[in-house]
Design a binder for this molecule. Structure first.
Ligand SMILES: [Mn+2]
Length: 315
């Protein structure tokens, strides 16, 4: 791929490289950003490579961000933004202050930006793109980098379950695994559950609603407190209603610290990013998100989803 060589050339041209990704980061945001950081550091040891944005608690076991990156650092720097479709969602809005800007993403290209774009929705994850880049360029991959990138692929692909999973996905994963990180230890760490999580899941399932092909659950503030969940963990039930007969679209409304609601849309075949966009959000065809103010709006969203299923819209 020609684009990969262009990215390589920009990396080689710049002494300082600053990596950004989306706000409220997930495994793929970390995997693509920190993974790329460690890859460049390993293969170009003389370069200064920094990852900016806020840390998120539940991903501490994956890595952490660089703090106190000054504005002056951006002078003559290469900036690469990973896993982020639109500029409003980029964590740390200084992304445009560098010398050259690259967008590396697997979301639909709703907002093109940057001097160079590698946007390809055929990848499961931005992490898969970074892993592919490393494979194609024959870069050395440390176990640390391999683990971080593999984690990003596994989370975004839902353990290789989503339809975007291809032979390439598994080849990249296999290539990363050759770096020698402890796969079993990582899996144990990722999927270890607390008993209270299971109890909370049972509360959510008990109060779940299913009507006209649309399922939804509401994670309330009461539940967050009762089960001592942190607000930054409010996205982890987005797939609780997946794979259920008769559920075409499933929606999770989860309370945020600011008392607004995070909305996660999922579907087997309906383009739910269309609904998310109507509410100021966005995302992938079958997995999208938005933020709303209250549960009145949640009701409207459920009605809208039902109408979509009825009309076969976005199939
Ligand atoms: Mn992603």
């Amino acid at each position: 791929m020609e684009i990969i060589n262009k990215i390589k050339a920009e990396i080689e041209k710049h002494e300082t490289i600053i990596l950004h990704r989306h706000i409220i980061p997930d495994g793929d945001a970390y995997g693509s950003q920190l993974g790329l950081k460690y890859l460049i550091k390993e293969n170009y040891p003389d370069k200064e490579v920094l990852a900016v944005g806020l840390d998120i608690n539940y991903l501490n076991f994956i890595g952490s961000m660089d703090r106190n990156v000054s504005d002056a650092t951006y002078n003559n720097a290469l900036v690469i933004v990973t896993d982020c479709g639109n500029t409003e969602r980029i964590d740390d809005q200084r992304f445009a202050m560098g010398n050259f800007l690259i967008k590396l993403d697997h979301h639909p290209n709703a907002t093109p930006f940057g001097d160079l774009m590698w946007v390809d929705t055929s990848f499961t994850s931005a992490s898969e793109m970074v892993g592919y880049l490393a494979k194609e360029l024959n870069w050395k991959i440390t176990p640390q980098a391999g683990r971080i990138i593999y984690h990003g692929i596994l989370t975004d692909s839902i353990r290789f379950l989503i339809e975007a999973t291809t032979p390439r996905t598994l080849e990249v994963a296999a290539h990363l695994l050759k770096s020698g990180f402890d796969l079993n230890a990582l899996h144990l760490e990722m999927y270890n559950k607390k008993f209270s999580d299971l109890q909370l899941q049972s509360e959510l399932i008990k109060t779940a609603k299913l009507e006209d092909g649309v399922g939804h659950i509401i994670l309330t503030d009461e539940l967050i407190h009762q089960y001592r969940l942190r607000y930054d963990e409010n996205g982890k039930f987005a797939n609780l209603l997946s794979g259920i007969d008769g559920v075409e679209i499933w929606i999770t409304f989860a309370i945020r610290e600011d008392q607004r609601y995070r909305v996660e849309f999922r579907s087997k075949r309906f383009a739910v990013n269309g609904i998310a966009t109507n509410w100021g959000g966005g995302g992938h065809k079958l997995a999208a998100g938005a933020i709303i103010d209250n549960l009145e709006q949640a009701k409207m969203i459920v009605q809208e989803a039902k109408a979509w299923v009825k009309k076969g819209k976005g199939e």
